[in-house]
Design a protein around this ligand. Structure first.
Ligand SMILES: NC(=O)c1ccc[n+]([C@@H]2O[C@H](COP(=O)([O-])OP(=O)(O)OC[C@H]3O[C@@H](n4cnc5c(N)ncnc54)[C@H](OP(=O)(O)O)[C@@H]3O)[C@@H](O)[C@H]2O)c1
Length: 237
């Protein structure tokens, strides 16, 4: 990953932070993205890298204008974007009858629209260069259903839908897409989720980050299209 420019969205989260540490250790140049600027600065300071190797860009990805500014700042600093990793998101888990319009909007805004905006903005730059890699951390609920997850699942199925369409449009321009279907990953994601889960049975953030690193490091002619890793037991309840 030496000198590759990677935009990590959701860099301060469980998966994004584990990945950022691994990428930094391999010499990648990083654009760290999330909303909370203090957490971003803290993460950047933790990474054992030179100042010019890391750029932090506080961004709310639900705002298309902020996403445009993010990409402009990344290009101004590094001149190119080799890879985008979308590891931002949130989970509202409730019985279907309790889902409010605001819950649907929250899920669609960050999980669907946010990752669409970043994918779209990065893809345009990558298409121009005829090279690039977009990694979308969907989760297994982009493929399968679960009780209490109607809004979350819908937002994640949407990510799979747009990613697969964009992958078809962009493959002739040398732009790859990889979708990650992780089962439960033990991260702060679960701190505010109102479900009874056994976090000890979940995947570690290290495992998730290693899978993303594998895809990013694959030989240029290889396209790891979908990676599915589940915890040994799915019985969270
Ligand atoms: N944990 C799991 O079990 C699991 C399994 C499969 C897939 N996933 C998916 O993987 C992704 C990352 O999950 P995680 O477990 O690492 O979650 P996490 O620890 O809760 O981290 C979420 C990250 O997203 C950022 N974020 C949230 N809303 C944002 C917004 N509007 N704009 C920009 N950044 C935003 C957060 O930072 P700020 O709050 O500062 O913005 C944080 O950096 C999510 O899409 C999640 O759905 C998770």
């Amino acid at each position: 990953m030496q000198d590759r420019v990677v935009v990590v969205v959701g860099a301060t989260g469980g998966i994004g932070s584990a990945l950022s540490h691994k990428l930094a250790a391999q010499g990648a140049r990083l654009v760290l993205v999330a909303r909370d600027s203090n957490k971003l600065s803290h993460l950047a300071n933790q990474l054992n890298v030179t100042a010019g190797q890391v750029l932090t860009v506080p961004t709310d990805i639900t705002d298309r204008q902020q996403v445009t500014t993010l990409m402009n700042k990344a290009i101004a600093q590094f001149g190119q974007i080799d890879a985008l990793v979308n590891a931002a998101g949130a989970g509202v888990m409730k019985p279907y009858g309790n889902l409010e319009p605001a819950d649907l909007e929250a899920m669609l805004d960050v999980n669907f629209k946010g990752s669409f905006y970043t994918s779209q903005a990065a893809a345009e730059l990558m298409q121009e260069r005829k090279s690039g890699h977009i990694c979308n951390v969907v989760g297994i609920l982009g493929q399968h259903s679960m009780p209490m997850a109607a809004a979350y699942c819908a937002s994640k199925f949407a990510v799979v839908g747009f990613s697969k369409c964009m992958a078809e449009e962009l493959k002739r321009f040398g732009v790859k897409f990889t979708l990650f279907y992780f089962g439960g990953v033990n991260s702060p994601f679960w701190d505010n989720v109102q479900l009874k889960v056994d976090r000890k049975k979940m995947l570690s953030t290290e495992t998730a980050a290693d899978a993303i690193l594998y895809a990013l490091s694959a030989e240029p002619q290889a396209v790891p299209m979908e990676i599915n890793i589940q915890p040994e037991s799915h019985l969270f309840f």
